[in-house]
Design a protein around this ligand. Structure first.
Ligand SMILES: CC(C)(COP(=O)(O)OP(=O)(O)OC[C@H]1O[C@@H](n2cnc3c(N)ncnc32)[C@H](O)[C@@H]1OP(=O)(O)O)[C@@H](O)C(=O)NCCC(=O)NCCS
Length: 405
């Protein structure tokens, strides 16, 4: 039987159930309850075999921090096709419908976390941010310099966390490309803590860092309890840790690294430029690893390039190849004056040629054009073209996305 791909018009619960099947999971009632308020039915697409929903793709309406500003972006999510219907083109058709819809909504960007990096590049997504993993033995986690705490730590309830965490997050949001605004329903989802999300650890702990009673940082973590012949050897797993200033940030790390009865501290989504790396006495002992963060698709080259800011003035012509969204395909002139860009199509000779995936990789400042050239991904067409591009696109901080969606 042929499959039919069309806008979804059913319930959040049925959609989630179908997506869970694609991910090899079964729907649970509490997950359905937490998912329903964040679900955007009018941005959801279903693949049907007769009356059976066998494929899903949805998106959240995000406000994404980009260098020097904020842009509407589609947060692509719940993409899955049942194993009974795989490799029959369902994903390709859903991606087509979704990207056309994103464009029609006037969103210049789409972002996603990929289960496998090989899936989305064919649809124009480029690796835009990295995340660092850390796994450090508590007794090897000293700082290089003496540490004097700037404030105090306090345990808070989940309800307090829902009240105290968002303003801290939102204070950081404008300065870190890759952050997106979380609605209250998204915070409920962030702090949702069912047993099957804990992977053998206990319920989450929530702490705030305060200076004179004013919170300026928070952490959420779990403890995987373990006692060996030699004594306590538990693992502390950091879910999320954010602070509005460097002193609070280091205080939070020191707190997390010093909890008693812990053998090892693990964090799986840390900014790749986290100050801990330079604060540590033994950086190698942090067990640093790098992995892909969010993938970004430039859906509309003109409005995406015009929608961010640049740290230098200059002029650049980029030849963009975009097979899947041909409205982007062609040469684009970017002229920046006093940090403000003017973008227009051009017939002028190009400084460099790149695939739209590579523009996505460079867009937030996660990768330089030099890195992309060294990886054999882009081509310099005019002498100095790569350096000129990097002078324009460079950012002060590495982009980072603290939340998987
Ligand atoms: C990934 C998934 C959605 C693909 O769906 P699908 O309907 O089988 O994909 P399609 O038949 O439309 O394939 C589209 C293209 O992607 C390729 N592709 C699909 N899945 C792939 C994968 N996991 N790895 C690499 N390539 C993949 C296909 O070969 C095809 O390539 P082509 O167009 O160049 O011929 C599906 O396998 C799935 O649900 N997997 C489990 C859940 C998951 O990982 N979802 C993604 C969440 S981020």
């Amino acid at each position: 039987m042929p499959i039919d791909v069309r806008p979804y018009d059913g319930t959040a619960r049925d959609f989630l159930a179908a997506a869970e099947t694609a991910f090899g999971e079964h729907l649970r009632d509490d997950d359905a309850a937490i998912f329903a308020p964040v679900f955007e039915a009018d941005r959801s697409i279903g693949t049907w075999d007769r009356d059976r929903l066998v494929g899903t793709a949805s998106a959240f309406s995000f406000e994404l921090t980009v260098p020097g500003g904020v842009l509407p972006a589609a947060g692509v999510t719940m993409v899955g096709v049942h194993p009974t219907h795989r490799r029959r083109g369902a994903l390709r058709r859903m991606m087509r419908m979704q990207l056309d819809d994103v464009r029609a909504r006037g969103e210049p960007l789409a972002i996603l976390w990929a289960s496998e990096g090989s899936i989305y590049q064919r649809f124009g997504y480029g690796l835009a941010t990295l995340r660092a993993r850390i796994g450090v033995q508590r007794h090897r986690s000293s700082f290089a310099r003496p540490h004097a705490p700037s404030g105090e730590m306090r345990f808070v309830s989940v309800d307090e966390a829902k009240r105290l965490f968002p303003p801290i997050h939102d204070a950081i949001l404008p300065s870190r490309p890759g952050f997106f605004h979380r609605t209250p329903a998204f915070w409920d989802e962030t702090l949702h803590d069912p047993e099957h999300w804990r992977h053998g650890a206990g319920a989450a702990f929530h702490v705030v860092h305060e200076v004179a009673g004013t919170p300026d940082g928070y952490a959420r973590y779990r403890i995987k309890d373990q006692w060996d012949e030699g004594g306590p050897n538990s693992t502390l797993v950091v879910n999320e840790m954010l602070a509005t200033n460097p002193a609070a940030h280091l205080d939070l790390w020191r707190f997390l690294l010093d909890v008693d009865l812990i053998g090892k501290i693990e964090a799986w989504n840390v900014a790749p430029d986290d100050p801990l790396i330079l604060a540590a006495l033994e950086p190698r002992r942090l067990g640093l690893g790098l992995a892909d963060g969010i993938w970004l698709r430039v859906v509309d080259v003109a409005s995406a390039l015009a929608g961010r800011r640049y740290l230098a003035d200059g002029q650049l012509v980029i030849e963009v190849h975009d097979e899947f969204c041909d409205w982007n395909d062609g040469r684009w002139s970017l002229r920046v004056e006093a940090g403000v860009p003017l973008v227009e199509p051009t017939a002028a000779a190009a400084d460099l040629a790149c695939d739209v995936t590579d523009l996505g990789a460079a867009y937030l400042g996660g990768f330089t054009f030099r890195q992309l050239a060294d990886a054999g991904r882009i081509e310099e067409l005019a002498p100095g073209g790569v350096s000129r591009a990097d002078a324009l696109f460079r950012t002060e901080r590495a982009p980072w996305c603290p939340k998987v969606f």
